[in-house]
Design a protein around this ligand. Sequence first.
Ligand code: ZN
Length: 335
Amino acid sequence: MSAEPIIAALVVFQLFLGTAAGPAAKLPEMAVARTAVQSEIKTDKQIRFGFADRAEAAAFIEQNDAYYNSMNQINIDWRMGKTDATLAQLRKYAKEQVLDFTDEEKTFYQSRLEVLQKRLFDLGYEYELDVPVVFVKCTNKDELDSAAYTHANYVFLGRDIYRYYKQEIIDEAYVDEVLAHEVFHVLTRNDPDFRARMYKAIGFEIDEEIPFGEDVKKVIASNPDVTKYDCSAYFTINGKKKKGTIVSYFAAPWTKDANPFDYMLPGVVFYDEPNKIYTVDEISDFWDVVGRNTDYVIAAEECMADNFAFAVTYGMDVDYKDPEIPKYILEHIKE
Ligand SMILES: [Zn+2]
């Protein structure tokens, strides 16, 4: 995710790579005019982008069983804004939230994506996917009003991003950050080597999937950007260093008029205690491990998506609290 309502913070959710006969079979062609950078594509290793209309996006949601079927009740309730909501209601609601981009929006995003495309090309990133990264416009009401999120090779962009850009509430660099953050999720999902290289920037290794216990499963927060809990780092708890993974969880059931992001908290689950979530405050070195460039650390994936977005958008020309992280990213984008 690229976060809660854009003004409050940027979070992004992410979806899943579809199953064999999944989205790849239905992917739209590049729907955009080939201008400037597009026409200068030098190799098939260069990342490609496209736009989907609402019919394509709704068809994708329709077949995205992997994401919805893994969702617990607390996630359904927070997303639907009531207790005892059903999965069928949520999926219907999700399909109602997708929209069509205007031509003006497409032209704008196209120009910003060409910049991102060129930056990644210049940094030596080689794109392995045989389909484009496809953008969908939506309200994001079905995903807690987050700014944006991803599934498979789709990026769901909240309609407020362009609206706020036009109103000068956010600037072009901020839009670039959001786009780079979301594209990072699609790249890590589809390019395991890239994911492994990037996670090393904060000391994370790709590991076995952690077998959560029932208490954890009941409260863990679904994030479409985090497909698997299969990465680990060492954190210190009660004076001992142990292997764990970062999760986010709902600290309370759905509550009327509450902001879900006030209740969706990061935590750590240790491999030797898979049925217990420790709060960030209980971990003495949490911020030493993940760094202090972003506080959006509801998963290793989200921490890295933000750091990647900063590194790609600003390079080393800004004051980072932990500059070694973007430096590492920029040096390891190329295989
Ligand atoms: Zn994200």
